[in-house]
Write a protein that binds this ligand. Structure first.
Ligand SMILES: C[S@@+](CC[C@H](N)C(=O)[O-])C[C@H]1O[C@@H](n2cnc3c(N)ncnc32)[C@H](O)[C@@H]1O
Length: 205
């Protein structure tokens, strides 16, 4: 069994899931990234978690909130089929009270003078964000695909907000990290050498 499969399994046991977790090799967040966000969530007990891209990560975060008996996950998903599949799984795993998938098709936005395709959201419907998990939109859509997350969402951050960026080892994400650190000046920044790279930012206002 691969190290990654073992980590998915141990995560499933740690969170006491009754059924096997529905992960897909190329599309689910890597197991070691999920382990990091699980530990963060169980330790810091965030109230509002906003997630860019739904899937296995939504189930994991919702289960953490269920264990914490506190908090909710709002998950932005641009793919209607993936949104439907995550909603179905949330229900199957008994997590309806802790997770909501928001259908958010990509649309054109401007950020720092450039055009991007990013999730169409109604910002007024999103509460203050304590934890932001970024694993979408997909990298192949455009250059620096995940850059708009901070320009769009920074004004919604709670007094203390932690941001996890997956796939941080990629060239685009390295550029995004450089720009965010310069433009938003996080109170703390850490890079963790996970399978695909994980960047963690802590913001305080
Ligand atoms: C990296 S995946 C999201 C993974 C999610 N955070 C998780 O842990 O499962 C990013 C996006 O890819 C899309 N996606 C998911 N599964 C896919 C598949 N099998 N083929 C193509 N796109 C997929 C969805 O729109 C999803 O939001």
């Amino acid at each position: 069994m691969s190290a990654s499969l073992k980590t998915y399994q141990s995560l499933s046991q740690k969170l006491n899931f009754k059924d096997t977790l529905p992960h897909t090799k190329d599309w689910s967040a890597a197991a070691d990234f999920l382990e990091l966000i699980t530990d963060h969530c169980l330790t810091t007990r965030p109230r509002t978690i906003l997630e860019c891209s739904s899937g296995l990560s939504t189930l994991i975060l919702a289960r953490c909130c269920q264990i914490n008996q506190y908090g909710n996950v709002l998950s932005l998903e641009n793919g209607a089929d993936y949104a439907a599949s995550t909603k179905k799984n949330i229900h199957l795993y008994g997590l309806d009270t802790h997770a909501t998938v928001i259908d958010a098709p990509l649309h054109k936005i401007q950020a720092n003078g450039n055009s991007y395709q990013w999730y169409k959201i109604d910002k007024s419907s999103i509460p203050e964000i304590d934890l932001l998990i970024i694993d979408g939109p997909n990298g192949y859509i455009q250059k620096n695909s995940r850059y708009p997350a901070l320009p769009v969402l920074h004004s919604l951050f709670a007094e203390h907000c932690t941001v996890f960026l997956d796939d941080a080892a990629r060239e685009d994400e390295q550029e995004i990290i450089r720009q965010w650190r310069q433009q938003y000046q996080p109170a703390e920044y850490k890079y963790i050498e996970t399978e695909r790279g994980c960047a963690i930012f802590k913001f305080s206002s």
